[in-house]
Structure formats: structure tokens, C-alpha cells
Design a protein around this ligand. Sequence first.
Ligand SMILES: Cc1ncc(COP(=O)(O)O)c(C=O)c1O
Length: 482
Amino acid sequence: MKRKHFIYSIGATTLGALSIPAALSAAHSDDQSNAHSNKPPKGKVKPEYIVPQGISNAPHNEAFWGAVATNFNRPEGFINLENGYFSHQPQGTLHHHIDAQTTINTQTSHFMRTAQTQAIEEARKSFAGFQGLLTEEVAFTRNTTESLNIVIMGTRWQSGDEVVIGNQDYGSMVEAFEQAAARWGIIIKIADVPKDPRSDAEIVNAYCDLITPFTKMLHLTHMINLSGQLIPVQAITRKAKQIQPNIVVVVDAAHSLAHTPTDMSDLANAGVDVIGGSLHKWLCNPIGVGFLYMKKSLIPSIWPLMGDTGADKNDIRKFEHQGTRPINSLQTIAKAIEFHRMLGSSAKFNRLTYLKLLWIGNKQALENFGKGLGILNDPQYQANMAAVTELTMLDAFKLQSPLFQFQRGGAIATAYVNGYTPTTLAKALMDNHKIFTVGIDHPIIKGVRVTPHLSSSAADCIALNKAFTKICIDLIPAPKLK
Ligand SMILES: Cc1ncc(COP(=O)(O)O)c(C=O)c1O
């Protein structure tokens, strides 16, 4: 048997049993080249993460990504292709979380009174370093919703101040601006973001044409959750600042953090002033941790959501006044980053993009993608391409997401089928094909949203492609017999 090599990341503590398939756990590495200990652990210590080494991490290589998928528990009885809500954690992270919780549960307030602050600061250092940000510009919140509410509710608005938002922004942020409008009389202008733009300029102009001397804030959703479209935040920010240098650019990075290869520092360096994101999405950290990046010079002018007169008004920590909270979810951040780094941002993004393209089945898109990565002629790539139907050729199938420009999306795509509502389509996929997706019924985007994950396989996406094919073909009336 050809030996495969695996990176093992070994925890200092004994971890619970990990379910490593026998074939994989037997294939222990003797490769000494990686920084992590890659010797199979002796005694009771178990490997935390399983990431093959010495084989290609090309997006279509199921030997690599299938092994990565074993880090996650998969549900029984259905295929989960709705991983946009939050991410399940790899077992190594999950066990670390449970261990940290056990420690806090044992030490109780002694931990909170003596070790909590250091744990938070260590997490801040890990996360800021990971994203190339300064620790003094990063606060932890519970999620993106809280991060962005801090800035929307904490801004010193004057009646008549204008904000520019997008027509596909996340509902909670739209509602936060609507509440600010009702409370302080701000004026909301809504950019019409094209669903399938031909150029960056189209999107840049959609936002920047609405900026006036009264525009105080520009709110951009980096990856639109409805369709998976990534918008060119850096280009929009640069142009917006040229028009109105004092504009505060706020980015919702809920879906782009650790999904795309873009670091949050890339956005900050382009002039973005505030970013909010959730670590429980694509970083695969346990639920309940968000981050807020805020440019140092802006911090003193924003009120915290929770009263904190004791904090220095220049200190980003003033936004962290949450009361008692699960510190073990912050203690896992370094582990979540470790897993992400073992995979690599670009390799992860390519895998997720590949899974999306596979279920959609568009041959031209798959060819362009395969050619770009030099894998088009690989037999496994060809075999999977041959296994899927080109859904975009079927009359009833309507894709709602950009397809050809790979920089405009990653895992997420949405599609509808004529004759179905988003809910009935999601129900048909679940009831008849045991595939879980989510119906999206938004004024601009309607359909089922499909979000594969690292725990998904090519076979899952081929199964979805077949399910869509059947649903569409069943709609074609049988020819009348003469
Ligand atoms: C674009 C976008 N922004 C914000 C959020 C809210 O994230 P959270 O629930 O973690 O606050 C989501 C959640 O899916 C989202 O998709």
C-alpha cells in the first residue's frame, strides 16, 4: 500500500477519542519535514487535526480533502449542504473547547479572577497576528451582529447624516440602520448591487454614485450571504475616500473571514475603518465569538454598546464590556487558526469554489477553473466533470450567483427552479433526496442557498447535481402520444 503522510498536531493534554478511520490512522507519517510533530502519538495522547502531507491538496483530490473531512462529525441520514449559518468545528477544536470548559468549570471564579484577562489577551494576539492587524485595534464580541451594532449604534449621528448601504446587505445590519434612522433621523441610501457584474467598476459605481458631502458612513458586505458574491471592497473604499475623505467605511466580513484568501489587514490597508466578523463561520471556531476591528483614530469617537465609563475611551477593550461570558470559546481561537493554517487559505478557498462549481456542473466554468489551476486534464477532475449535468443548460434552473469570475465567490451559490418557491424547493431536496439546503426568499435573491464545507465531498455535490437534474427534468411535460 502506498503510504500517505499526515500532519498531526498534538495537544498538550489528553484528548477524547477522535474517530479516525482505520485506513487513515494506520497510515502514520514518518516525514520529519513539517513544523508540527508528525509522529503518531504514543500512549493516550491523540492527534488533534488530520491533514494529509505528501499528497496534492489540489481542490479535486478527494484523498486529501476526504481525509480533511474526517476532522468533522457529519450528521446521519442527510447530506448537509447548508454550512452558511455557522461552521461545525473540527474535532481537535471541539475537544480543546471542552477541555478548556472543564478547566473553567473546575476552577470557577478563581479562573475568572486570575486567568481570564490573560486568556483574552492571548486570543487577541493570536487573532490579530493571524489577520495582520494590531492588537490595539481588535476587540472580541459575540458575533458580527454585535460588532456592527457597536459602530452603527455608537456613532454620534446628526439628523440628516447620510449612510450608503447595499440592497443585499444582511437583514440585521439593515435593521440597525433603520433603527438609527428612526432614532436620530439619518438618511439611508441603498446601492443597487448587480447580481452578476461584468466588472468591478459596475459595483464601485453602484455605491460611489450615492456618496454626497453629507455621507457619513458606507456599509459594505464583503461576501453577500444571499448569493455568495464577493464585492471589491478595496476598490470601493479607495474611490469612496477620494470622493469623501471623512467617510467611515464599515465592512461586514461575516462570510469572508477565513473563507477567502483576503486578510482583514488587506481591507484595513485599503482604508476600511471598521470590520466586523464571526469566528464561528469559516474559521470553524465554536459559536459565540466575533471580532471588531476599528481604526485607532476612530475608537474615541464611538460609544460602546454597553456602558463602560471606567474604560479609557481610546482603548478598544471598552467595546468588550459583555459581562460573564464563555472564555473557553476565546481559548480555542489559536487552535482554530492552527487548523486553518494547516490547510492554507488559498487551498481552502479553491476547494470550496470547486465544490460549488461541481454541483452547478457548468462545463465552461469547470474548464476555466481547472485550466487556471493546471488540473483540468487530471483523470479525477475529468471523471467528476463527466459525472455532473450542466444545470445551467436546463430551462427550469436559474442560478442566482456569479459563475465565471472566481474572485467573485467561494463556497456559496443560490439557485431556483421554475415552479418552486424557495421553501418548496428546499423541502423537495430534503424530503426526496435527503439533502439539506436553505430557502432564501429575499426581494433580490430567491432560491435555495447551497453551501458546501470542508466536511463535504465531491460525491455530496454530485448527489445534489443529480437531485436538481431530476427536479428539473420532472417538470418537462411528457410528450403526448398520438
Ligand atoms: C453577511 C452576514 N452578515 C452578518 C451575519 C450575522 O452573523 P452572526 O449571526 O454571527 O452575527 C451573517 C450571518 O449569516 C451574514 O451572513
